[in-house]
Design a protein. Structure first.
Length: 251
């Protein structure tokens, strides 16, 4: 895939298209060792592109794993609260030395990133951000039944009847019962819950139907992707190629 040089710079740096053209005219951009003359030149992702000596690594798609903290909303824009997209732009990624493409060079984020699904403002854990609409659709489409696993803490004790009710499907005020869910009791008031849907406040509504209030909620898995235990709350990193490929086959 080839792009105009000025568009490439606008897509993968903080530059606007007009500013990118100016930078090129001023001789501040090199392509494969040669100073670029015009923004009309076509470049590929495999080309070596330097802006003021800084290597610009463009990617058609980006895939990010964020260990979302509370207080951040799963949106691209909001008038009141900080969004997940705004949040990652303020924080540097966690570098994984074992992954060759993460070599410490400057990281520029795609301008069209969006969260895949949502986590409530007061919920922590695994949140994927990408600009790959095809992958997002696959992960969120009900027909693919992609599993989402949550760690839950409650205000009341669980018992085996709760496991059965979750497994049989529950009436939470929708047209249909929830799809069968897997409840794994870890302690009297702690559990893992795995669902294959994404209805509004679904986990909280399911436990409310059981007469229990969720006091803490954290997503730990989505499809084949497991929350990286090395990521502290609030940290993020790019997905590896293997993780991306596995996600694409989820469901």
């Amino acid at each position: 895939m080839n792009l105009r040089l000025d568009k490439y710079l606008a897509d993968f740096t903080e530059l606007t298209r007009s500013r990118a053209k100016k930078e090129i005219r001023e001789g501040r951009v090199q392509v494969n060792g040669e100073t670029a003359k015009t923004g009309n030149d076509k470049v590929a992702f495999s080309d070596s592109i330097l802006w003021d000596g800084r290597e610009i690594r463009g990617q058609k798609y980006q895939y990010i794993l964020l260990n979302k903290p509370t207080g951040i909303i799963s949106s691209t824009a909001d008038d009141r609260d900080e969004t997940a997209v705004e949040y990652i732009k303020k924080h540097s990624p966690v570098v994984l030395p074992s992954v060759p493409e993460y070599d410490g060079k400057s990281v520029f984020l795609a301008k069209d990133l969006f969260p895949v699904g949502r986590l409530d403002k007061d919920t922590e854990g695994l949140l994927i951000l990408t600009n790959d609409g095809g992958l997002a659709h696959r992960l969120l489409s009900p027909r693919h039944h992609v599993a989402k696993k949550y760690f839950v803490q409650l205000d009341k004790n669980l018992d085996t009847t709760d496991v059965e009710k979750m497994r049989d499907g529950m009436d939470i005020g929708e047209k249909r019962l929830t799809s069968p869910a897997v409840l794994e009791i870890l302690a009297p008031r702690e559990a893992f819950l795995t669902i294959t849907e994404g209805k509004f406040h679904q986990v909280k509504r399911m436990f409310a139907k059981l007469g229990k209030t969720v006091t803490y909620l954290k997503r730990v898995e989505m499809g084949t992707l497991v929350l990286d235990e090395s990521l502290a709350v609030g940290e993020w990193r790019f997905l590896t190629e293997e993780e991306i490929q596995n996600l694409a086959s989820s469901g």
